[in-house]
Structure formats: structure tokens, C-alpha cells
Design a protein around this ligand. Structure first.
Ligand code: GAL
Length: 811
């Protein structure tokens, strides 16, 4: 029987999914401007007068969006969002913006675009309802033209955001207009809102044919003649090619197909994310540019192979992935491009090359950055379908909205070179049950995706047994498993020879700087997936040795080993890259944020970060831990992650504690040491030659505050941020590993402190305060530049320590 199966599937399995060559891109319409400023905000119930010019606005606050009101609220044990939602409340919120448009704009069409509002938004203009959108993660726009007033008359835009029905999410969702808002205008003729759709069927003999399909909308089709011009620019901005076609505007939508042939294209990849630019322009017979749309484009091919995994531009490339939720730590969910870029920089330096946007459409800026920085993306649509996970979640809106939401998601994101697959569901409840609704829904979703794009669809399954309705229906071209690492090798015998992705793995638990010994005994917390934790640590920490994990997951090393070992695993997405607010497994209140991250909520790497870095990068790594402040005589396990060396020797106060070499498939080495204070030094060597050294010293009492900024030069008017790490040091400059000094911040110059954090999962301090206790020696302060150039000075003070200052320059 098994021979028969092998034979039957071998040929089909060789290359089950292949995309020969795709050019994909992202873009922006030419006539778009930001609509983020000068909003008013109110939390609570208001009345009809909100729509009128006579409105008093008492108790309302002026602010700019993106804005997340939940992050400003105190942690609250009684919050109906639960600790799963970060113990931060939702509620009912109102945004209001008053604006005027010049008389000269009367002939134009004006659209208001929201990249995302959480959730249940209702948008009104001058008292008229423009539309409602329940989904909190999808972008949408409305034509405001029918209700706009011009000249001196004021327009009143009101957005009601109802995030009051709780719980509606398994993680911290944030609340409000948390993504960008745009005003898009056009004069009678315009390129479709998502821009042209750009693909290429193949690359041969050093050529790529770019196919450009551009829907053009005409408000009053009267048969006038226009030209649609496409210009291709290289990454330096040099124009390479141009093509134009005339068309007659006889219909309300004209769909035009054009081609550009690029010779010797530079291919886009995770290692060389080369982007071209295509400028599409509609030009009238007086040579006037009526509309333009700029699209960044990458040329690359990829396919998934059942035996050999993922191939990018013909090269086997493992998807070294992490799952990410959308909050940005202390900033909440209010999107900030620099904050996302910093997360990606930290992940890139770890060797990660792929992101899963768990479990919802991401901010457009995330995908722009993935295109630019070279990340491959599993773009996910839904965490539930018609069957609920929480009482008030999207299942309530499923029937009416899923088709529209999925379409808009794919249309919005299909032009990004970074996107390589669509996940249409995470751990969907319809996996189980006797009815066939799961397969019916899946079939529909996959068909929607196929109609709009060639990239494969996948579902993330936590049921891997043969009664899983979705896998059994054999609809998706890829198989996705969440967890179940013990069965990764048997996926083909269960489900046939299809390409395989570990859509989610690990769920290990760590608190930065906490260490439970002995380090080789693994804690599975909670003890069973459906039971609360009965053991655990009284201080609600989890050990940062890789020795604490959920029972459905694994330690980092357990799953990473298998991922590295099996060629048929095209990608693995570790749960999670960063800690996120909410889902504080394994602890209840007062824990309020997750322990899953490889990096903590403040952006400080946990030790396991270096396990990945030593496996996934070619830079020399030697990382030893824990800290060196213990009780004399105590037995302490010292771990090292290293690469490019064949041994590591550890010394305590100059005395060798022995040489260790990784045994078999182990990814770390350990010394069991009787603690004495002093200097712990590790040396890695290859063929006797020193590759790297690492040093930890016993720290004394806190004596100084040290400040270090990820960026000292900031740009004005760009919401640019500096993330400043605060470290408590002893008088010799060693980090004090258990320091918890309260640090207070003051700022001089045209800037603002927009967040503070320390990575502790149980801190009840506000992310918006001007002070923070250090946690395990560190905390973080985030400074945002405003509109003026000049010097910014941040001062950090703590009782008993001399204050420290750092200077930033805004340009
Ligand atoms: C998975 C789920 C994630 C997260 C994770 C925690 O089952 O897909 O959203 O809840 O578990 O381990």
C-alpha cells in the first residue's frame, strides 16, 4: 500500500506548485494626501450634534491619527477584553474632523481612505452615512463627493468606532483609527484604487515581460481620447522603458493591457530586494496628466516543491519565519513606519527572512517595508470563519462580509513582491465537526484568491489528524501545520505529496533575564492545553533558558532542529518574533502580555535570539548566559550558542572550566558551574584559531544610567522615532542584571515621549508614562520628533544615581 502511494504521488509531488516568473508591486495614487491631522476624539457616548457645525466639543481632545485609545487606558483586571486582550479596555470612540475644500475642487471626486479602523466603524460626512465596516483590519474608502461642500462651508467628517462588544479578539487589538487616513482626489478619470495589476508570465534568455493591466474609471464617459503611459524606472530612478496606448473613454471602466520587456532584469530576493518603479499616467489630448499611480515592483520567480521546499529565483531558500501580531509594544497598535522598520531590522539581524501576518491583513506599510528589506510574507486573512472563537468576533459578520473583505485584501496586497502565499485561515473551528461547511467555505475562499491572483492559498491547521475537514477536502495547494512537530516527517503519508509549510511552531515561553535551573529540565506550562497552570513561578516569569514551552508547542531548539533537518519543510513560522500585548500564557492576571517572543515587548532580544542568529546567519556568533550574579556555591548552568567554530572553552576568573563541542544535533553547549563571583569568559575556536570571545562579569550595585539610541538623527514631520535603551550599570560599567530602578524622563526640544516599556509581562505601569522601572537592568523610552529641526535632549534620572543625558538631532 505504501509503495503504491509513493508511486502514485511521486511525479505529481515533484513540483506541485510552480510560479514561473512574477513581477509584483505595490503603489500609491498620484492624487493622494495625508488626512491624519486635526482630528478631535471622544471616548464614550455622544449625541446628534456631533454632526453639526454648532457642536461644542466639550471633553473632546485634539489629536492626529493613527491613534489607539486602548493603549492609553490603565490595565484593568475586570476589563471585558480579558488578559487575552491585554487587560486594556475597548469601548465606544468618536473621531471628528472639520475641513474645507476650495471652490476650484468642485469638479473633482474626493475619496476618503482608511487603511484600518478597529472595529465596526461607521463613517459620516455632513450627517450622511458613507458606510460601515465591521472588519478592523481591512482598508476601505468612500466617495465623499455627493455630500461635500466647497468654499467657505465646512465639512464635518465623523467616525464612530464601536469596540465595545467584548471579547472580540484573542489578542490585543487596540481601538480606533489606528492606521493612516488619506484624501484621494481625481478629475473625471482615474486609475483604479488598487492601481494597475502587474505580472509577468515568464523570464527567458535574460528577459522579463512585464504585463500591466490597468483598470481606468471614467466618471462621465463621453468618448474622449486619452493615453495610458507606463514608464519603468530602475532602483536609481533612471527611466528604462516606456509604453503608451490610446483609448477612447466610452465606458465607465476601461481595462487596458500593456507590456514592457526588461532585458537582464535584476531579480528581487530576500538577499537583494531590488525594486523597480512603474509610473502609470492617464494623459488627455492636451497633454495634461489627469491621474498617475506609482508602483514599486520586484521581479522574481518562486515555487514550492513537495520534497525540496521553497525555491526563490531557482534557488532553494528556507522560509525562516516568525509570526507577528500587529501591536508595536508601548505604541499600541497605532502604526508608525519606523517602529515597524525597527522590528524588522531586529528580525533581519537574527537571520529571519519571512513574516506571517498573524492573523489578519497587515498595515500597508509593513508590506512596503518587507518589499524594501527583503522579507517573504505569508499574508493572512482570517482567524475565524463562521464559527466563533470569542463571543463578539468577526464570525458575527462573516456571512455578509467575508467575500468583500478577502477580495479587498488580495486586491490591496497582490502587487507586493514580498507576498508569496495567502493564508485564508488560522486554526479555523470548521476544521472539526460532521458538517461539510468547512470544505465549502474553504473552496469558496480559495476560488476568490485564484480569481484575483496566482499565488497559492494555505490554511494554518492545528488539527493534523485525518478527520480535519479542510485538509481532507484537498483544496489548497499547500499543507500548513500549526505545531505537531513530531508529525512533520509524516505529513506526506497523511495528506499526499504536497508542499509543506509549518505555518506556526514552538510557542515557547520566556521572560528576558529570568533563569530557572536545572536548565535541562523542561517545563511544559500549562501542564495541559485545556487546563490552567497549576505550577509555575510565583513571580510569574518563565525561564529564558530554552527550557519552558507550552504542551502544544516545543522548545525553540526542538522545532528548529527539525526545520533545519527536513528539506521538505519549505518554511517555519515561530510563534512569535516579538512578544505582543495580550495572551499572557501560561499565567493569568497580573500577566498581561505574551511570553512567546524571541524578542521582548520592548524590543530587547531574549537569549534564544542568538540560537536563531547562530543557525540562520553567516556572521560569527558566540552568546553566553545567564548573568553572573548568583549566590556563592550555587550550581549555575552556563549555556553558549555559537557557530563557525568547533569548540568553546569557558573560563572563570582565568581558570578553564573545560571545552565543549555541540554533540550530535544539539544546538547549544552547557557547563555546570559552582558559582563564584568574577569574570566568566568564553572563547570559540575553529582548528585552534580564535573565532570569537564573550565576557560576563559579576556586577556591583547600580551606579550609573547609560542611554543608547538606535538613532540619533531624526527627520522632522515624519513621525520619526528614536528608541533609547536605558541600562542600569555598576561603577565599572557592567549591566546590573536584576536592577529595577525607577527611571524618570524629561525632554528638551521639539519632541515628545510617546512610549516607555521594559519588557516585563506583568508591569502595571502605563506605556504612556514619563517614567519606567528598569526590568532586569533595562528599560526603553521612545522619543518622537515633531515639526522643527534642532537639538533634543533626553535626561534620565533615578534616585541615588547621577542623571544621564543623550542628545538627538532633528533634521
Ligand atoms: C496558536 C494560535 C495563536 C496563539 C498561539 C499561542 O494556537 O494560532 O494565535 O494563540 O497558539 O500558543
Amino acid at each position: 500500500m505504501s509503495n503504491y502511494l509513493n508511486k502514485r504521488y511521486r511525479s505529481a509531488g515533484l513540483i506541485l506548485f510552480m510560479l514561473l516568473m512574477v513581477v509584483i508591486s505595490y503603489g500609491q495614487p498620484g492624487s493622494r494626501r495625508t488626512f491624519n491631522n486635526d482630528w478631535q476624539f471622544y471616548l464614550g457616548q455622544t449625541d446628534e450634534s456631533v454632526h453639526h457645525a454648532t457642536f461644542k466639543g466639550e471633553g473632546w481632545r485634539n489629536l492626529s491619527v493613527p491613534h489607539d485609545w486602548s493603549i492609553e487606558l490603565p490595565f484593568d483586571k475586570e476589563s471585558p477584553t480579558g488578559t487575552g486582550g491585554g487587560a486594556l479596555r475597548g469601548g465606544l470612540g468618536w473621531y471628528r474632523k472639520v475641513f474645507v475644500l476650495p471652490e476650484a475642487d468642485k469638479h473633482k471626486k474626493h475619496f476618503i481612505r482608511f487603511d484600518g479602523v478597529y472595529m465596526n466603524s461607521e463613517v459620516y460626512l455632513n450627517g450622511h452615512l458613507l458606510g460601515v465596516r465591521p472588519n478592523g483590519y481591512i482598508g476601505f474608502s468612500y466617495d465623499m463627493s455627493p455630500y461635500l461642500q466647497y468654499g467657505q462651508q465646512k465639512n464635518i467628517l465623523v467616525v464612530k468606532v464601536n469596540n465595545d462588544k467584548q471579547p472580540n479578539s484573542r489578542w490585543y487589538s487596540g481601538s480606533g483609527i489606528y492606521r493612516n487616513v488619506w484624501l484621494e482626489s481625481s478629475s473625471g478619470i482615474r486609475i483604479s484604487e488598487w492601481g494597475p495589476y502587474i505580472t509577468t508570465p515568464g523570464i527567458r534568455a535574460g528577459k522579463a515581460v512585464i504585463k500591466i493591466e490597468t483598470p481606468v474609471h471614467i466618471d462621465k464617459p463621453a468618448g474622449a481620447i486619452y493615453r495610458l503611459r507606463q514608464r519603468l524606472f530602475d532602483a536609481k530612478g533612471v527611466q528604462l522603458l516606456q509604453s503608451q496606448n490610446k483609448f477612447r473613454a466610452t465606458e465607465t471602466t476601461v481595462n487596458l493591457q500593456q507590456e514592457l520587456t526588461v532585458t537582464r532584469p535584476v531579480l528581487w530576493s530576500d538577499e537583494n530586494p531590488y525594486l523597480y518603479k512603474i509610473v502609470s499616467e492617464v494623459i488627455d489630448d492636451n497633454n495634461k496628466i489627469m491621474d498617475s499611480y506609482t508602483t514599486r515592483t520586484g521581479i522574481r520567480s518562486f515555487y514550492f516543491d513537495a520534497d525540496k521546499g521553497f525555491f526563490l529565483n531557482g534557488k532553494a531558500t528556507k522560509l525562516r519565519g516568525v509570526c507577528m501580531h500587529h501591536d508595536l509594544g508601548a505604541l499600541g497598535t497605532a502604526i508608525n513606519t519606523r517602529a515597524i522598520e525597527r522590528q524588522l531590522e531586529i528580525l533581519k539581524a537574527m537571520g529571519c527572512n519571512s513574516i506571517r501576518t498573524s492573523h489578519n491583513p497587515p498595515a500597508p506599510e509593513l508590506l512596503d517595508l518587507c518589499d524594501k528589506m527583503g522579507f517573504l510574507v505569508m499574508d493572512e486573512a482570517f482567524d475565524m470563519w463562521a464559527k466563533k472563537k470569542t463571543d463578539y468576533d468577526y464570525h458575527l459578520y462573516w456571512d455578509q462580509w467575508h467575500e468583500r473583505d478577502l477580495r479587498d485584501h488580495v486586491l490591496r496586497d497582490r502587487n507586493h513582491p514580498s507576498v508569496i502565499m495567502w493564508s485564508v485561515g488560522n486554526e479555523i473551528i470548521e476544521q472539526w465537526g460532521k458538517d461539510s461547511s468547512g470544505a465549502v467555505i474553504l473552496d469558496k475562499l480559495v476560488n476568490i484568491v485564484k480569481e484575483l491572483d496566482d499565488r497559492p492559498a494555505i490554511t494554518a491547521n492545528n488539527e493534523i489528524n485525518t478527520y480535519n475537514n479542510l485538509l481532507k477536502a484537498n483544496i489548497t495547494p499547500l499543507i500548513g501545520y500549526n505545531y505537531s512537530h513530531k508529525y512533520w516527517d509524516s505529513v506526506h503519508s497523511r495528506w499526499g505529496k504536497k508542499p509543506f509549510i509549518v505555518t506556526e511552531s514552538t510557542s515557547a515561553l520566556q521572560t528576558r533575564g529570568s533563569y530557572d535551573m536545572p536548565s535541562d529540565s523542561i517545563r511544559r506550562w500549562p501542564e495541559a492545553w485545556d487546563k490552567p497552570l497549576t505550577t509555575g513561578n510565583t513571580d510569574t516569569t518563565c525561564s529564558a533558558y530554552d527550557n519552558c514551552a507550552t504542551p502544544w508547542g516545543s522548545t525553540h531548539e526542538e522545532s528548529l532542529k527539525l526545520f533545519q533537518k527536513y528539506d521538505h519543510i519549505g518554511g517555519m513560522y515561530v510563534w512569535t518574533g516579538f512578544d505582543y500585548i495580550g495572551e499572557p500564557t501560561p499565567y493569568p492576571w497580573p500577566a498581561r502580555s505574551s511570553y512567546f517572543g524571541i524578542v521582548d515587548l520592548a524590543g530587547f532580544p531574549k537569549d534564544v535570539y542568538y540560537l536563531y542568529q547562530s543557525t540562520w546567519t553567516s556572521q560569527p556568533v558566540l552568546h553566553i548566559f545567564p548573568h553572573w550574579n548568583w549566590t556563592p556555591g550555587q550550581t549555575v548552568d552556563v549555556w553558549a550558542y555559537y557557530n563557525q567554530a568547533d569548540e568553546v572553552e569557558l573560563y572563570l576568573n582565568g581558570q578553564s572550566l573545560g571545552i565543549r563541542k555541540k554533540q550530535n544535533d544539539a544546538m547549544h553547549v552547557v557547563w555546570r558551574v559552582s558559582y563564584r563571583p568574577g569574570i566568566l569568559k568564553a572563547v570559540s575556536r575553529k582548528n585552534g584559531k580564535i573565532i570569537k570571545e564573550a565576557l560576563i562579569q559579576t556586577a556591583g550595585e547600580p551606579a550609573a544610567i547609560s542611554l543608547s539610541a538606535d538613532r540619533k538623527q531624526l527627520q522632522k514631520n515624519k513621525n520619526d522615532l528614536s528608541f533609547i535603551t536605558v541600562t542600569i550599570k555598576d561603577k565599572k560599567g557592567n549591566t546590573v542584571p536584576l536592577a529595577d530602578n525607577l527611571v524618570t524622563f524629561t525632554l528638551q526640544g521639539d519632541a515628545e515621549i510617546v512610549g516607555v516599556d521594559n519588557g516585563s509581562q506583568t508591569s502595571m505601569e502605563s506605556f504612556k508614562a514619563l517614567h519606567r522601572k528598569a526590568f532586569h537592568g533595562k528599560c526603553l523610552v521612545i522619543v518622537k520628533a515633531k515639526n522643527k529641526t534642532g537639538l533634543i535632549k533626553l535626561t534620565a534620572s533615578a534616585a541615588g544615581l547621577p542623571p544621564a543625558t543623550i542628545e538627538l538631532q532633528v533634521q
